[in-house]
Design a protein around this ligand. Structure first.
Ligand code: FUL
Length: 488
């Protein structure tokens, strides 16, 4: 989308103020000036994935380890049935997930496809079930099920004799990434984890090899090459297009900027890098372990509310077992969780509300900024305030009293993340208003924010019987924009 601006766009970098002035491009649609940094198209598409699965499966599934040393014999990889990536994806789709990332090579270096880069792959496991080409089947199943997909390929390779040399990067790692492109150029994310270098087998050398992850993997080259064939593939982690949220415990900060680092980001950072939270749905590890159990619905709901509900995406791990299938208990929990999400966030009462704003931007030739744009179900239309207005109240009145638990807000992030402070009020009689969501820090919104009106991310509670909701935005980097407000 081309965004043109008639006014000045301000941003701050390293303590200095830059001002892009004398913008003379025509702006017939009267669009607000963007607030930098901005996401790329592929980053917006990635954000829209919201909730997706991680599948840690491979050599460790059969050894019970979390980090294989790299000396495991290929024959240890012996699935007791035919691994079934379609079953994995069907199960997570039932939970409302929009996609998944399969680990196809972990730090032990064992590849779940018949790669030409190493003999340490399924090709040599000597087991018929083990011949299933996991990335190929995973990509096929995702396309059949209309889901997004991508792969985790570990940069660190404790098996490769070449690890630590330049030859590893060009002859092994980059080639493996390119090989994976052959299973589909519609991947939405490539996952490069942060564990890099250390001790390992390394072709029998049994040494410790350290590398500088910021330069060793030639990431700029990899990113450019991958984007030429896969323009919509976000390179996570060391790829620098989306960030680790800073913990593996399923939560983001209540204040969460889509730039900067860690749980809250940094309001003054200059590169768009929205947060992704990786969390385990089971109790033991990333890989399957015989003693594990699957987390409760309350725990999964809390993860969801504290990640998707706080401007991060949630990649939730479900490990396939030695059959190459997700355990029945996990499949059942996923279906239950899908039902819970539908029950709690499935019926948007705002769609039938009447909505007003204390300030609305003047229409352009082909675009309006009416408050009703927030409840039309179209993410490309949005409400916006006039230039210079950063204090504004939006009122949503329901046709009749309804029991309400949550309010969800979404900024039109293609023009940047702008809101810095807001509050939510409810009315039971239609005229007196009371502040709600006690204890919740209502600073940033971003791609999506879900506010529990009772202030709790774990206790659904009884809800509130109300006639209306009021959102008071009291501070923003520039005139705010919202494309959707939902009331549940
Ligand atoms: C980390 C890895 O070291 C873990 O084994 C796991 O894959 C996790 C998701 O990323 O960096």
């Amino acid at each position: 989308m081309a965004v043109v601006a008639a006014t000045a766009a301000m941003f701050t970098a390293q303590g200095a103020n830059f001002c892009l002035v004398n913008e003379t491009l025509a702006n017939p649609d009267n669009q607000p000036a963007p607030v930098h940094p901005l996401p790329s198209d592929r980053q917006v598409l990635w954000n829209e994935t919201e909730f997706y699965a991680f599948f840690h499966y491979g050599m460790n599934t059969f050894t019970g380890q979390e980090w294989g040393y790299g000396n495991e014999s290929e024959s240890i990889y012996a699935p007791t049935e035919k691994p079934d990536p379609r079953q994995w994806l069907e199960a997570v789709k039932a939970a409302g997930m929009k996609g998944g990332i399969a680990v196809v090579k972990h730090h032990d270096g064992f590849c779940l496809w018949p790669t030409l880069t190493t003999s340490h792959s399924i090709k040599n496991c000597g087991n018929e079930n083990g011949q299933v080409n996991i990335p190929e089947e995973f990509a096929k199943a995702a396309r059949d099920l209309d889901m997004k997909y991508g792969f985790y390929v570990s940069p660190w390779d404790r098996n490769s004799a070449l690890y630590g040399t330049d030859r590893y990067v060009s002859e092994v790692f980059l080639r493996q990434c390119y090989e994976l492109c052959e299973y589909g150029t519609d991947q939405f994310e490539m996952w490069f984890d942060g564990a890099n270098g250390g001790d390992g087998y390394y072709g029998g050398a049994n040494t410790t090899r350290s590398i500088d992850a910021s330069t060793y993997y030639d990431i700029p080259n990899l990113r450019d090459s991958v984007h030429k064939v896969m323009p919509n593939c976000v390179m996570w982690g060391v790829g620098d297009e989306a960030r680790w949220i800073g913990n593996e415990a399923g939560w983001a900060g209540e204040t969460c900027w889509s730039y900067g680092s860690g749980t809250s980001g940094d309001e003054n950072a200059t590169v768009w890098k929205a947060g992704e939270s990786d969390a385990k749905a089971t109790t033991a590890g990333w890989f399957w372990h015989s003693n594990e159990s699957v987390r409760s619905l309350t725990e999964l709901w809390k993860f969801y509310m504290e990640t998707v509900g706080r401007n991060a995406t949630l990649i939730l791990n479900f490990p396939p077992d030695k059959r190459g299938k997700l355990p029945e208990a996990d499949v059942t929990r996923l279906a239950e969780f899908g039902q819970l999400l539908k029950d709690r966030l499935g019926n948007d009462l705002a769609r039938n509300a009447s909505v007003t704003a204390t300030a609305t931007r003047a229409n352009g030739v082909n675009r309006t900024y009416d408050a009703s744009n927030m409840i039309d179900g179209d993410k490309e239309t949005y409400w916006a305030a006039p230039d210079g207005v950063t204090d504004v109240t939006l009122t949503f009145m329901l046709p009749e009293v309804k029991n309400v638990h949550y309010v969800a807000l979404q900024e039109f992030i293609r023009l940047g993340q702008r809101v810095k402070k807001f509050d939510i009020e409810i009315t039971t009689d239609g005229s007196t208003w009371q502040r709600t969501a006690n204890g919740v820090t209502t600073t940033t919104i971003g791609y999506k924010r879900i506010i529990p009106l009772n202030g709790s991310t774990s206790n659904h509670g009884n809800g509130y019987d109300i006639k209306g909701v009021r959102i008071h935005i009291s501070d923003a980097k520039a005139c705010p924009t919202l494309h959707t407000v939902s009331i549940y």
